[in-house]
Design a protein around this ligand. Structure first.
Ligand code: 13P
Ligand code: SF4
Length: 318
């Protein structure tokens, strides 16, 4: 049977999706075209849930490696594709499994909480996983007498210490995107736009977070912009989220927080390795595929399932 005439990459993707019973899951930091072609767009927690309940034969994960790995861990019978396998994460890279195992060995009494932005090898060494959406509630669910080791994000960890009053042993990792913002330039913007609220992701540094009017995960920031009576925001997180913010609140003014350098450093270079064309090719060729040993998958699945279980007990937004 001959292929129908295809107008553009969007149509090719739609056709391949139907032919292969595939689903496209995209993170808010993906380029706008990818978000628009996706079946589901969300933050890390929402995407993990979507991957877990998916019945599709193929999951194309438009995000970064640890996210696609998470989808595979939670849904091993499905083929999981990542359009560009090099789409890593500076935060995940900042926590090598051997060094982490050595730290754990020095603190055997600690309950290990790992942020989902880490490799399967780190998840496999953890007691429970959290995302920026549910981290406060996950920490609060741990018995108060139990010391906690938190990895890999030092900024999220420090923010959690403040929110929960729990002192934790923190792995000193960070995200290159969320540590890029210039507080001097943000202060200048606030003088220019005194009616704007500064909103930030908890991966940003403490000195910036202390000046923010609202702090939350990408989904929480999006909800806040749409639902708040305020009309102007300076947004300190990856620029990709602005696409959904503009859709949800078309009349509001959104100012991306400026980076230190004259660069597009508020765009995650790993997330942006995925393109619409690479996504189309991945669907067509069913590669590159996320693979791991069943032993590692099972070890990493336990703390992820614990997060899902605790998180569903905690409530809708956790
Ligand atoms: P969330 O999607 O949980 O807000 O995380 C942001 C992030 O840095 C993803 O890489
Ligand atoms: Fe990793 Fe930061 Fe990119 Fe998120 S934005 S994928 S934490 S480098």
């Amino acid at each position: 049977m001959s292929q129908p005439f295809l107008k553009d990459t969007f149509e090719e993707i739609e056709l391949l999706k139907r032919q292969k019973n595939a689903v496209i899951l995209a993170h808010y930091y993906q380029e706008p075209d990818i978000q628009d072609v996706a079946d589901f767009v969300g933050d890390s927690l929402e995407l993990a849930r979507a991957a877990q309940r998916s019945q599709a034969d193929l999951i194309v994960f438009a995000g970064v490696h640890f996210m696609a790995e998470g989808a595979k861990i939670l849904n091993p019978s499905r083929k999981v594709l990542l359009p560009d396998l090099r789409a890593g994460c500076s935060l995940a890279n900042s926590c090598p499994p051997e060094a982490f195992a050595a730290l754990r060995a020095r603190h055997p009494d600690h309950f290990v909480v790992s942020y989902i932005n880490c490799s399967a090898a780190i998840k496999a060494q953890s007691d429970v996983i959290c995302t920026s959406s549910n981290a406060v509630k996950i920490i609060e669910s741990i018995p108060p007498e139990r010391p906690i080791l938190f990895a890999p994000d030092r900024n999220l960890g420090a923010w959690l210490e403040k929110k929960t009053g729990r002192k934790m042993l923190l792995w000193q990792g960070a995200c290159i995107v969320h540590e890029t913002f210039s507080e001097r330039k943000i202060a200048a913007l606030q003088v220019e736009h005194p009616d704007a609220e500064l909103i930030a992701h908890p991966e940003c540094e403490e000195s910036l977070l202390s000046k923010a009017q609202f702090i939350g995960s990408t989904s929480a920031l999006l909800r806040y912009v749409v639902e708040s009576p305020v009309n102007k925001f300076i947004v300190a997180t990856e620029g990709g989220i602005l696409h959904q913010m503009k859709k949800g609140a078309p009349k509001k003014t959104l100012i991306p927080a400026p980076p230190n350098q004259n660069c597009a450093c508020n765009e995650c270079p790993y997330m942006k390795l995925n393109t619409l064309e690479k996504l189309r090719d991945a669907l067509r060729d069913e590669t590159p595929e996320i693979k791991m040993t069943e032993k590692l998958r099972k070890q990493a699945e336990l703390p992820l399932l614990k997060m899902m279980e605790w998180s569903s007990q905690i409530g809708k937004n956790a």
